[in-house]
Design a protein around this ligand. Structure first.
Ligand SMILES: [Ca+2]
Ligand SMILES: [Ca+2]
Ligand SMILES: [Ca+2]
Length: 327
């Protein structure tokens, strides 16, 4: 159990309490009950300092200094709050009662360490402290957001840690795999990217990887997928210019368009069609070079030139490089 050592007061009341505790013996380590406790029906016995308070059927306000360790309320109300001290009160649990656990600002410590509601109880943060230990995990990666209010009981979408450094990106959390994507995946800013030779990660609105490696279109796409990306989909003139800028001096790169599934109908990797019947699909951006796509039967993949224009080319031939993105 979590009750701290000390026995003076406990011994004084032991004779009265043993029957009451008998049914709780599985929960309590009776050898380690505290010397600071409110005992008995309805009375509040403020204590100062000390570690651990056990009210039974009553209430107690504990710890005016550096209380730490366990507190338990059985059928009663427990308020544990450290005030000025190096370390505010921390810990606490309520069984069948309610607990207020928290500390106020201390000389150096500023918070109670939190407490957990026990069976039938509830816990409330004290001033400056937090008794609630479940944090919003908006991106579902198992790491919670310290910037969001915690809740006190296990709740779907909440986790018992608050160490996510970006709760809007499920590929970012402590010790995550580091991708070549221009963002710090593992919450260690000194090492924001891990790229193979010839590639670099870029964050420009969203993540891109630019590689000067000569691969076929399928090989290029597989290299993108390995970084949780896909070959770039060019949505508008702004992105066309961005890709042209990113490729720099690379002569020609693969981008994501292909009509391999249906000759003459060009689609991006997400299968959205951008060109069919020799014309752009409704609302879709294209920037084919004059006369392109010029060979619908054997050139089924989209290459991208330094001036931002597109051509069709044989998918299994290598280009000079490729550009991936992750939206
Ligand atoms: Ca998260
Ligand atoms: Ca995250
Ligand atoms: Ca990265």
């Amino acid at each position: 159990m979590f009750l701290s050592r000390g026995a003076v007061t406990w011994r004084a009341y032991a004779v009265l309490l043993i029957p009451a505790l008998a049914s709780c013996s599985a929960l309590l380590d009776t050898d380690s009950l505290t010397d600071h406790g409110g005992l008995g029906g309805g009375s509040a016995l403020p204590t100062s300092g000390g570690n651990g308070t056990l009210p039974l059927g009553g209430s107690s306000n504990g710890g005016s200094a550096s209380g730490s360790g366990g507190f338990s309320a059985l059928g009663g109300t427990l308020n544990v709050a450290g005030t000025t001290g190096d370390v505010a009160g921390k810990g606490g649990a309520a069984i069948g009662g309610s607990a207020t656990v928290g500390g106020t600002t201390g000389d150096s410590g500023s918070t109670g360490g939190g407490g957990k509601a026990g069976s039938g109880g509830s816990a409330t943060a004290g001033s400056g402290g937090s008794a609630c230990q479940y944090y919003r995990d908006a991106d579902g990666d198992g790491f919670g957001d310290n910037g969001q209010p915690a809740v006190c009981t296990p709740t779907a979408g909440y986790v018992a840690n608050h160490t996510d450094c970006d709760d809007g990106n499920a590929l970012v959390y402590p010790k995550a795999k580091e991708y070549c994507d221009g963002i710090d995946n593992d919450c260690a800013p000194a090492t924001p990217d891990k790229c193979v030779s010839g590639c670099r990660g870029v964050l420009s609105d969203h993540s891109y990887m630019v590689c000067e490696i000569q691969l076929s279109w399928p090989e290029s796409r597989a290299a993108c997928v390995a970084e949780k990306m896909d070959l770039v989909q060019i949505d508008d003139a702004k992105e066309d210019a961005r890709v042209a800028s990113l490729m720099g001096s690379i002569q020609i790169v693969w981008v994501g368009g292909t009509d391999a599934a249906l000759p003459g109908t060009w689609a991006w990797p997400d299968t959205s069609v951008f060109y069919r019947n020799n014309a752009p699909a409704a609302g879709k951006y294209t920037n084919w070079y004059t006369g392109e796509p010029d060979n619908l039967n054997t050139e089924k993949c989209t290459e991208f030139w330094q001036d931002g224009t597109w051509g069709s080319y044989v998918c299994d031939n290598p280009e000079w490089g490729y550009v991936c993105e992750r939206n």
